[in-house]
Ligand binder design. Structure first.
Ligand code: PGA
Length: 249
């Protein structure tokens, strides 16, 4: 059985003190089993969070594909490994839209993440115009195929995919559970085509985009949705606890 994941994507929010306060107050209230509670925090507070978290699995929000060098402002996989984070979000739509991240870059990042024992959470998803033009599957196929070109998956537990329709992110307009399930199932079928059914059945696929405490249960009732990647609602302690509880199986 795939263990559900509730991953908070804090984006560019929370200072160190706010993050530590959050972690210390939610940890005693999180389910002890049945879900992996993850927080992807700003890079500058990762080391402190890793030190303080016992239940929460800590992740970064991005990573450069190079190991070191003249890349001002960037964070390398070596640094993330040194910080002892477990996960790293790759290819979030905000990175694709504002920082020109291409499928090719994301592909290089996935390879690098595996080299340094980091678990990628790879984001894919269509924009509104693509959905309206019935191109969702085409977009997902291109993104998934390109992101995983030549990538070997030694352990399917170490890779996570997040289906995040761009029109649903931060808009309060979540995909319906049927839309989310259809896309997650399609992604699983694509993975089966690349890696075989057995591996595809073991990979966790999350839904993200305006997940909240009200819609999480229905999303989680879908057979191919293994958790959520949650922005806004993951910033509030009570909501984060409720979301983790709703995901626990
Ligand atoms: P949201 O963000 O939950 O605020 O829509 C999700 C994400 O960007 O991962």
């Amino acid at each position: 059985m795939r263990k559900p994941i509730l991953a908070g994507n804090w984006k560019m929010n929370k200072t160190r003190d706010e993050a530590i306060h959050f972690a210390l107050s939610v940890e005693p209230k999180l389910p002890k089993e049945g879900v992996e509670a993850v927080i992807c925090a700003p890079a500058i507070i990762l080391r402190d969070l890793v030190k303080r978290c016992e239940v929460i699995h800590v992740g970064a929000q991005n990573m450069n594909e190079n190991v070191s060098g003249a890349y001002t402002g960037e964070i390398s996989p070596v640094m993330l490994k040194d910080t002892k984070v477990e996960y790293v979000i790759l290819g979030h739509s905000e990175r694709r839209a504002y920082y020109n991240e291409t499928d090719e870059k994301i592909n290089q990042k996935i390879v690098r993440a595996f080299e340094y024992d980091l678990k990628p959470i790879v984001c894919v998803g269509e924009v509104l115009a693509e959905r309206e033009a019935n191109k969702t599957n085409d977009v997902l196929k291109t993104q998934v195929t390109n992101a995983f070109k030549g990538v070997e998956i030694a352990n399917p537990d170490n890779i996570v995919i997040a289906y995040e329709p761009v029109w649903a992110i931060g808009t309060g307009k979540s995909a319906t559970s049927a839309q989310a399930e259809e896309a997650c199932k399609y992604i699983r079928d694509l993975l089966a085509g690349i890696y075989g059914e057995d591996v595809a059945q073991k990979i966790r696929i999350l839904y993200g985009g305006s997940v909240n405490t009200k819609n999480i249960a229905e999303l989680m009732s879908m057979p191919n949705i293994d958790g959520g990647l949650v922005g806004g609602a993951s910033l509030k302690e009570d909501d984060y606890i409720t979301l983790c509880n709703a995901c626990a199986k």
